[in-house]
Design a protein around this ligand. Sequence first.
Ligand code: NAD
Length: 265
Amino acid sequence: MTSPQEAAVAALRGADHVVVTTGAGMSRESGIPTFRDTLTGFWANYSAADYATEAAFRRDPARVFGWYAWRRRLALAAVPHAGYHALLALEGLVGRLDVVTQNVDGLHRRVGSQRVIELHGSLDRFSCLDARHPADAAQVPMPEVDGPYAPPPCRVCGSPLRPDVVWFGEMLPERATADAWDLAAACDVMLVVGTSGLVHPAAQLPHIARDAGATVIEINPDETELTPIAHVVLPGRAAEVLPSLVDSLQRATGNGQRGGEEGRG
Ligand code: NAD
């Protein structure tokens, strides 16, 4: 009988175009907590929904900005784990690989992945609350201690700076979303890593891929909303399952690196 790992390797061997969609679980083993993990320490008394909305920011900008400063500090200190490196290696084994992430920590870019769409923005970018004038991150110093932290004013209009992330209730960036939807509809295989499938519209991507005929492979230690639509489920943690999968693929293909792009732009 074929094991799930063998089925995943077979799907990847035949794939010209792979899309990897990642959520907060992808970064957990790099020390970045998911929303659904208990918020810890200074922030323990609130839920993510108390921070990740425009209403929360307008009510208490210093508390929300301080929470994001803490998350940015965690992200900058984090080291991408072996699963990130495995995805980088996978780029060399398939015709084309795109990463579509809900994460705002920048780890896919930092490890060197070539095609990354950050659907929910990035902790490394800032813009002002009222006019969304972009601001230089260097203008936003990082406090040494956890706690409330007043956002600096926009140099153009004086409105407080906010992190350039998508808050609950906000629209996703138009271009990134259109591109992600097109990629999902065009890929042969979609790897779904570390997402609960509860946050929409990102959770629709595996459905779009499956409806268009792609093989959907889920990597997650727990069952999720997306487990029922996955063709292959590899239960486990991203930092273990991804390196093992890519290692098996490398062995199955005789370590063969592809000779560059094969006719896809
Ligand atoms: P989520 O918190 O809803 O779910 C996390 C998922 O990861 C769960 O299904 C869990 O079982 C799984 N998981 C936990 N540990 C894992 C591991 N080691 N390997 C693989 N999977 C693991 O996360 P979500 O679906 O991404 O949605 C939450 C929202 O929170 C997203 O919009 C995202 O932008 C945001 N968020 C981002 C970060 C980040 O940038 N790192 C961190 C927290 C939250």
